[in-house]
Design a protein around this ligand. Structure first.
Ligand SMILES: [Zn+2]
Length: 301
């Protein structure tokens, strides 16, 4: 791991925590929430806190790995590129049980800070662009695996604006399957199924609605099919829900739940989307331009 490099700069887990707190305090907004979700869609496998840390240090980062991770892909970190400091995954953390000062910090580099072999496409790589119909089909398979059928139709009143009938185990979505909004709708319902116990008395509102909408947005961002580009209408106002200056811990908890569920849904959906249907989008291709000037992170400490 990059722990020795991190220690050279004496960055501790507490420093990272303070950096996240300060960033959330400084930049909190509905739009920033969406940016973090978009980033988490690309930076697969990273916790919400680490997504905040990575975007803080290197805003254009799309794909980070440790030094050995890049070596395994036939690439190496270019000389002089300073790493991005993140909180080490828990598995590494546990080996250092006890005080975390000086431990628990890992160093990663963005693909733009490496050179070597051509990038092999990977599920951990940059965002892909998939046709809405294929995203929908992948999600429908995920629903089927959970025992739910997916049907096209209009929503009945007793569904309370949601499209899931848990008793009959079916999800109803409006409109054509080519429409990204329909894929978004299905992702939203799948998020509820994984996160919430909606009874007859509770509907899709408040925090529950915010979480499901945020998961669905993250998932569609991953596949490059966000309806109508970026619009804050797709997610209820998060600052309206948790306030204009929430505790960083609250944002991390909310973000952690959303990113974890979105990650599992993305993994599940990707298994049902043919590789031939996935392609790097323009932004992804540009970000792995090997001639690009090496970017340098700044933790702002
Ligand atoms: Zn809902």
């Amino acid at each position: 791991m990059g722990t020795s490099e991190a220690n050279r700069f004496r960055v501790t887990v507490d420093d990272l925590r303070r950096a996240v707190d300060a960033d959330v305090r400084r930049n909190w907004s509905d739009r920033q929430w969406m940016r973090w979700l978009e980033a988490s869609a690309m930076l697969r496998g990273q916790s919400f806190r680490n997504v905040v840390l990575i975007k803080l240090q290197l805003p254009d980062a799309v794909w980070v790995e440790g030094r050995q991770g890049w070596q395994r892909r036939g690439r190496r970190v270019v000389r002089g590129a300073s790493g991005i400091r993140i909180v080490a995954p828990t598995a590494d953390f546990d080996r250092h049980a006890g005080p975390v000062q000086g431990h628990g910090v890992a160093t990663v580099w963005d693909v733009s800070q490496t050179d070597g072999a051509q990038i092999v496409r990977s599920s951990l790589g940059p965002v892909v662009s998939v046709r809405p119909r294929n995203v929908f089909a992948g999600l429908a398979q995920v629903a089927a695996a959970a025992g739910y059928s997916v049907e096209q139709g209009s929503l009945s009143a007793d569904m309370r604006g949601g499209g899931t009938d848990r008793r009959r185990r079916r999800i109803v979505v409006p409109g054509e399957f080519d429409d990204p909004v329909v894929a978004l709708r299905l992702a939203h319902e799948l998020a509820h199924l994984r996160m919430h116990k909606l009874s007859r008395d509770s509907g899709c509102h408040g925090l529950v609605r915010l979480e499901a909408a945020s998961v669905a947005y993250t998932l569609l961002a991953r596949f490059g099919v966000v309806p109508g580009g970026v619009s804050t209408d797709l997610i209820p106002s998060v600052s309206g829900m948790v306030g204009r200056s929430p505790a960083a811990r609250l944002v991390e908890t909310l973000g952690g739940r959303v990113v974890a569920v979105a990650g599992r849904l993305i993994d599940a959906a990707e298994r049902h989307i043919p590789t031939s249907e996935m392609r790097l989008d323009r932004a992804g291709s540009k970000s792995i331009d090997l001639d690009a000037e090496t970017r340098q992170p700044d933790l702002g400490l």
